[in-house]
Design a protein around this ligand. Structure first.
Ligand SMILES: N[C@@H](CCC(=O)N[C@@H](CS)C(=O)NCC(=O)O)C(=O)O
Length: 215
């Protein structure tokens, strides 16, 4: 049985959504970030970065246990393990990897900074003033959503067929209200968002842990 260490954040939800999509049995362990439950020596043993999500698979490569951190590495690991949601070769695989990295290196970081800068500044007594930078990250998110909207005007899902790239991007688009982005301005992205959201595995994975952020 796979152990999943996670919390209710976009990166944290990538792992349970994929576990559900793959139909793999897993035991969730919730680490409340505000209580620093992820900053333990036990966590350091499975992830030097001491961040969530992490999975520990007792049946890893060569039948040996393995700990996997980095949410998109978890998506890739589970896709390779099960043969699901990542084409095995050809242009379709390249496309899925391209959009996976688009979500991992563009959407995720821009959304993270947009979300975290005000909190970090508040912790430091409002210094430095971050509002102009928050606006810049909001502009960048809109640019990225525009790119996805264009792509999704050509194909149903980011890589053509539904893939791990969609899971990687979806969890951050879900934060649309906090990002003050109206998906009505991105009709193809909105259609895609509703389609991903309607998947039973996504519905189940999104409740690991149960939502309490009201977004
Ligand atoms: N690139 C990493 C980022 C992981 C990450 O930032 N996790 C956050 C929650 S989304 C976390 O553990 N934050 C707690 C901390 O930084 O102490 C991934 O995609 O897994």
């Amino acid at each position: 049985m796979i152990d999943l260490y996670t919390w209710s954040t976009p990166n944290g939800r990538r792992a349970p959504i994929m576990l559900e999509e793959c139909g793999l049995a897993y035991t969730p362990h919730y680490l409340e970030l505000a209580k620093h439950e992820h900053k333990t020596e036990e966590m350091k043993k499975i992830n030097w970065d001491q961040r969530i999500p992490v999975i520990v698979d007792p049946d890893g490569p060569d039948g040996k246990p393995i700990a996997v951190s980095e949410s998109c590495a978890i998506l890739l690991y589970l896709a390779e393990k099960t043969g699901k949601l990542l084409p095995t070769s050809g242009a379709a695989r390249v496309e899925a990897q391209k959009w996976l990295f688009f979500a991992a290196t563009n959407v995720g970081p821009a959304a993270t900074q947009h979300f975290w800068l005000p909190t970090k500044s508040k912790l430091k007594g409002g210094l430095p003033p971050v509002e102009p930078f928050v606006d810049l990250f909001n502009d960048e998110l809109k640019r990225l959503y525009g790119a996805m909207d264009g792509r999704l005007g050509e194909v149903e899902y980011l890589a053509g067929d539904y893939s791990i790239a969609d899971i990687a991007a979806y969890v951050w688009v879900w934060r649309r209200f906090q990002q003050k982005i109206d998906l009505a301005a991105y009709p193809n992205l909105n259609r895609w968002f509703m389609a991903v959201n309607a998947r039973p595995a996504v519905q189940k994975g999104e409740q690991i842990p149960p939502r309490n952020d009201g977004l």
